[in-house]
Design a protein. Sequence first.
Length: 334
Amino acid sequence: MNDRALYPYVLEPKETTAIWGGESWKCWDANRVRNGALAGKTLAELRSILGSRLLGKIDPQRIFPVLTKIITANDWLSVQVHPDDAYAQRVEHQPNGKTECWYIFSAQPDSELVFGWARDMSRAEYERRVADGTLGDVLRRIPVKAGDAFYIPAGTLHAIGGGIVLFETQQASDLTYRIFDWNRVGPDGKPRPLHVQKAADVLNYHAEIGGAVETIDYRFESLDRTVLIADRNFIVERIVATEEPCSISTHDRPLIVMSLERELLLRCDDEEVALGKHETAVVPAGAQRCSLCTNHGSSPFMFVTPPPDERFIATQLLAAGVEQSRIDRFTEQF
């Protein structure tokens, strides 16, 4: 396949509804391309067709490594936990578990998250409280506001509260162990199933003391950027495009771009796409660079880099003039 196959792939989202609200899966292995020569193909099919031209150094035989979503919570999501890679491989026979992160788009004034335990717990006490209905007494609830970012490593107890809209980036896995569902019933009139024992296997029982991540604002490649999350699975940034086209390197990785407020123009070589609000495109690694701009003054967008090389973000921040001590404080959060 010739180089005309390397262009920004605009993805059709997968929309889901739930008793608490809904999700829009923006970038997922099964999402289909909407535009160009490869329209109708899924990301999974692109992995097979393009191999390293899509994924660079990432193994094309494995599922596209990152899943991005917009979650709209009208009510509490269930209290849940996700396994790490080792448990997913050993018990679920899946290639990886799920570490995820959230960037809050909007939140009502009284909106909260469940984020870990209010105090140290044990497996025995956890199981007892699930059985007697008092688990809610030891959940740590924290307030949230627009612009907050949260890192949720595998093993962390968590739940999203009502009145919140957020952007989620996660390892490509749907392994979720539900612990408590606020005594609700599903569409069939029955309680949704719980996964008490598997959750018990993977939970971190130590009290959580963290909260919103300390992010870093910086300027790189002529763009104002905020790095939100940077772990071994993904880097998540919020970047502001302007009317002046700016070029971003792929660094031999596919790039995930989602426009936020206004139309974003995204170009690879001679192929340009216009992304409307909350539309997502994947830039193939083999394109080497992409150009971004807007016709509307400025346009923020979410920018996700799948599994980066070690020290990638630290090197980039240093080049932007960020002090080493501040970089160290940032990376230690992950």
